[in-house]
Design a protein around this ligand. Structure first.
Ligand code: SAM
Ligand code: SF4
Length: 378
């Protein structure tokens, strides 16, 4: 079976396709291309470089703050959601993405909240896939609605999906997410695996008193399916401000536990220097396991990401306390008529200039951002 990676097509079996971390290529445009008016409006050639020399190529786009579950490390039990008129429309998101692409953004990740809660998300993906200079378009989801939507998403051009799976036990799922539905997540994973064009990866967040004892089961589950699995350290971004270091399990601690059962882990080739995960292969067989050690080993020096919230605010860091209003600019008459990409560019560059060297979780004066993870977009 032929799969496209960056550049030329290579031959990969579906299993290799899943366990090897390649960048999923955006399929060629099938409908209209990016607006020629827009291309004329922005002739930017300067890359998006911040004050510390980091070139920015990735944009995370949150499409909603709503979610069908309530993970305790992210959302409160009772949440106030954004009014729908505050959300960027698909057209506004696509316009911002097109302008960002002219500035050097090459990778997009759609997230939330739960992105599949946004009706007809596949329409947005189809629009984004038409941006010619993009090298990757990915989606992060809790998987609950994936089985129903996967055909539309893949048909729209999705080639890479990260699915969150923290537990294989329904009772733990209910405790962690304050809702039932593990079966739906597992069905979503199987539906994604059945798509030969899709690179599927699992993400797991571990809390010491909740699911630390499932680390080995999760690794076994991923290896049986030849899926790459990444463990994310619990960060102080939960809505209820209950984070504390003792609940966080470090990547090193998880790795030691995994090596105790599965044998030595060997560093895997780094495909993208800006990737937040450190990946390992198993010395004794197939599989890939990674660690996103945002708390114990921050990767700020290689960060190449900007974030757009569902209500159109641009952020230069998950932990930042400042946001820049893109929605206001996108809704101005000039930009609506595609005459003034420069106004959007100015916001992006201002946001970038203000980016700090590091998130500073360990600094004495650290305080978490006002918005929690589900409102920012993970
Ligand atoms: N709802 C989707 C999901 O859960 O995959 C996408 C949005 S969610 C905010 C994206 C990622 O953020 C998930 O992998 C989740 O585990 C992670 N996340 C949420 N809260 C976190 C926290 N406090 N620390 C670290 N990661 C967190
Ligand atoms: Fe929802 Fe994802 Fe947050 Fe869990 S982590 S509450 S699934 S947005």
């Amino acid at each position: 079976m032929m799969h496209e990676t960056e550049g030329s097509p290579v031959s990969l079996s579906p299993a290799e396709n899943r366990s090897v971390a390649t960048s999923a290529a955006v399929p060629p445009a099938t409908e209209s291309k990016a607006s020629p008016k827009l291309a004329q409006a922005s002739q930017a050639t300067l890359p998006l470089i911040d004050s510390f020399g980091r070139v920015h190529r990735s944009l995370r786009i949150s499409v909603t703050d709503r979610c069908n579950i309530r993970c305790q490390y992210c959302m409160p039990e009772v949440a106030q959601f954004m009014d729908s008129e505050k959300l960027l429309s698909f057209e506004e998101i696509a316009q911002f993405a097109r302008i960002s692409a002219t500035l050097g953004i090459r990778k997009l990740r759609i997230t939330g909240g739960e992105p599949l809660m946004r009706p007809e998300l596949h329409r947005l993906l189809r629009m984004l896939c038409q941006i010619e200079s993009l090298e990757g378009l990915a989606l992060t989801t809790n998987g609950m609605l994936l089985a129903q939507q996967i055909d539309d998403l893949v048909a729209a051009g999705l080639r890479r999906v990260n699915i969150s799976l923290d537990t294989l036990n329904e009772e733990v799922f209910r405790r962690l997410s304050r809702r039932s539905g593990l079966d739906q997540v597992l069905a979503g994973i199987e539906a994604a695996i059945a798509q030969p064009l899709l690179v599927v990866r699992l993400n797991a967040l571990v809390m010491r008193d909740v699911n630390f004892d499932e680390v080995l089961d999760l690794v076994g589950f991923a290896r049986e399916r030849n899926l790459a699995l990444r463990f994310i350290e619990f960060m102080p971004l939960d809505a209820e401000r209950a984070w504390n270091r003792s609940q966080m399990v470090s990547g090193d601690e998880m790795r030691a536990r995994i090596e105790g059962r599965f044998g030595k882990l060997v560093p895997a080739q780094i495909k993208d220097p800006a990737q937040p995960a450190t990946d390992f292969a198993f010395a004794n067989g197939s599989g890939l396991v990674g660690f996103i050690d945002s708390v114990t080993q921050p990767f700020c020096s290689a960060c190449d990401r900007l974030r757009l919230t569902a209500d159109g605010k641009l952020r230069n860091c998950l932990f930042g306390r400042e946001e820049w209003d893109v929605r206001e600019v996108l809704r101005s008459d000039a930009v609506r008529e595609c005459q003034d990409a420069a106004a959007v560019e100015a916001v992006v560059r201002t946001c970038l200039r203000a980016k700090r060297a590091a998130h500073g979780i360990d600094a004495a004066d650290f305080s978490p951002p006002v918005r929690a993870m589900f409102q920012i977009g993970g």
